[in-house]
Design a protein. Structure first.
Length: 476
């Protein structure tokens, strides 16, 4: 595989395997906007694929050696692409350079002032908050995000400004390829069990990421999260590195004095360190939940570290209204709100359920949960079940395998049994086609329904809404 220092002409006519993925499509979009002749393939058609085609990108559906053009200058892959992929095999046979997605993204950031956003949870939201707020201030940043802001293809942009905001993925250590001027670390927890065997390995990986920050650059890191505080202790004192902490802990450089939820928005008050202008500042976050408010404070701190005045950036953060799949309202039918959540780690599940609980009023919170990956369910299934106990009722689907093969004995029963032990009203449903009717029969006016998980559970939201509408019509 080509190293990070690949020749720039390798990106003249790149071919992306799995081009419809969130990370891959963003890089492809930026390259197309920069004038590259981009092509690629994906397993299925999608709105993201169509958005790429509108930019002039050639996209093949399905994977075949013939899809790799004779004049392709490189093949771009993610860690999810298997070694026996027909196009990857063809590239090897023809001597076409193979470049990892992270190397391609690192190349796009050359010459810019990058902000790289890392952490076990919250990366997409925080990256999006920065992209939206910096754009609102007229700074026209480039950005690459792991989710769409408000339309397919809005996960990336080639801007005319000097700032480049990127989501930095720790799952396969690919964030070691980046050299940011400002790095954000939101939290540090054990996840991605196929690649990390212990918390010590996680800390070592994040420490390597911090060592990649440019001389004179800044680390913005949570003062509240235990794993982040451990990491701060390991890296503080490194020559040429400024460390700025944020959070509710009293020693934070950007100290959160209060978070007040108003329905599905929050008001946040912070005390700024003298280095960032000093004084108190109150601003609105237009999405619910304490964790999203803290993500906004991280974004505020990072922007200020790069020289954007905090008192200008704070009100601009209010223009962020969400990312697809991050507590995204899919619609309302029969008095029932249907909301989609990408949460798949126990911490994320708990945070989103607590956030929704604050906006549910007297209504119930009903969850359709799909565990993601056999490896994650094996290690964290009990904690997932415990988190689901925060809902009024849950229906749990079979595990979404993604890139993994089944593991004997690892099923969604691990989640269901744990939820039941913690007093949850929980049931299994192996037939996902039964979900719309099941939920329509359970939900009452005023309830909130969450489709939750990182797999294809998101597709059930519109189907649930359609069934609710048909029930409503039949009763009227």
């Amino acid at each position: 595989m080509a190293p990070a220092g690949f020749a720039s002409d390798a990106m003249d006519r790149p071919h992306f395997i799995g081009i419809g993925g969130a990370g891959m499509s963003g890089i492809a979009k930026i390259l197309a906007m920069r004038g590259s002749r981009v092509a690629g393939s994906d397993s299925k058609d999608s709105p993201t694929v169509e958005a790429l085609r509108e930019l002039g990108v050639t996209v093949h559906i399905g994977h075949a050696a013939g899809h790799l053009a004779a004049d392709a200058t490189s093949v771009v892959v993610s860690s999810a692409i298997r070694a026996d992929n027909a196009e990857l095999v063809a590239a090897a046979e023809r001597g076409v350079p193979v470049i990892h997605r992270s190397d391609a993204l690192a190349g796009l950031m050359d010459g810019a002032r990058p902000i790289a956003v890392a952490g076990t949870h919250g990366k997409t939201t925080t990256t999006s908050m920065l992209a939206v707020s910096l754009t609102a201030l007229g700074l026209d940043p480039s950005y690459a995000i792991g989710g769409d802001l408000d339309a397919p293809g809005s996960n990336a942009h080639h801007g005319g400004g000097e700032i480049f905001v990127a989501e930095a993925d720790e799952s396969d250590r690919s964030f070691h390829k980046y050299a940011p001027e400002v790095a954000i670390i939101l939290n540090v927890e054990l996840d991605h069990h196929a690649n990390y065997a212990s918390m010590e390995e996680i800390h070592e990986s994040f420490q390597t990421f911090v060592e990649r920050i440019r001389p004179g650059g800044t680390l913005v890191i949570s003062a509240d999260h235990p794993g982040a505080r451990e990491l701060t202790g390991r890296v503080t004192g490194r020559e040429g590195l400024r460390v700025l902490t944020y959070g509710e802990h009293p020693d934070a450089d950007v100290h959160v004095l209060g978070i007040t939820q108003h329905g599905l928005t929050s008001q946040v008050t912070v005390a700024l360190a003298d280095a960032l202008g000093g004084g108190e500042l109150t601003f609105t976050v237009s999405v619910p939940g304490r964790h999203y408010a803290l993500n906004a404070v991280a974004a505020l701190t990072a922007g200020a570290a790069l020289g954007v005045p905090a008192r200008q950036l704070a009100p601009a953060l209010g223009s962020y209204t969400g990312v697809k799949r991050r507590l995204q309202l899919k619609g309302v039918a029969a008095g029932v709100q249907v909301i989609d959540s990408y949460a798949h780690h126990p911490t994320e599940i708990s945070a989103d359920l607590e956030a929704i609980r604050g906006g549910a009023g007297d209504g119930r919170v009903l969850v359709v949960f799909q565990p993601h990956l056999f490896s994650r369910t094996r290690e964290l299934g009990a904690e997932m079940g415990e988190a689901l106990a925060l809902a009024d009722a849950s229906v749990v689907l079979d595990i979404y395998p993604a890139r993994e093969d089944p593991v004997p004995g690892i099923t969604s029963a691990l989640v269901i049994d744990a939820a039941a032990r913690h007093g949850a009203d929980v049931a299994a449903e192996h037939d996902r086609t039964a979900i719309p009717g099941l939920i329509a029969g359970m939900a009452k006016p005023g309830d909130l329904v969450l489709t939750m998980g990182a797999g294809d559970v998101t597709d059930l939201g519109p189907e649930i809404l359609a069934r609710l509408r048909s029930v409503e019509s039949a009763e009227s």
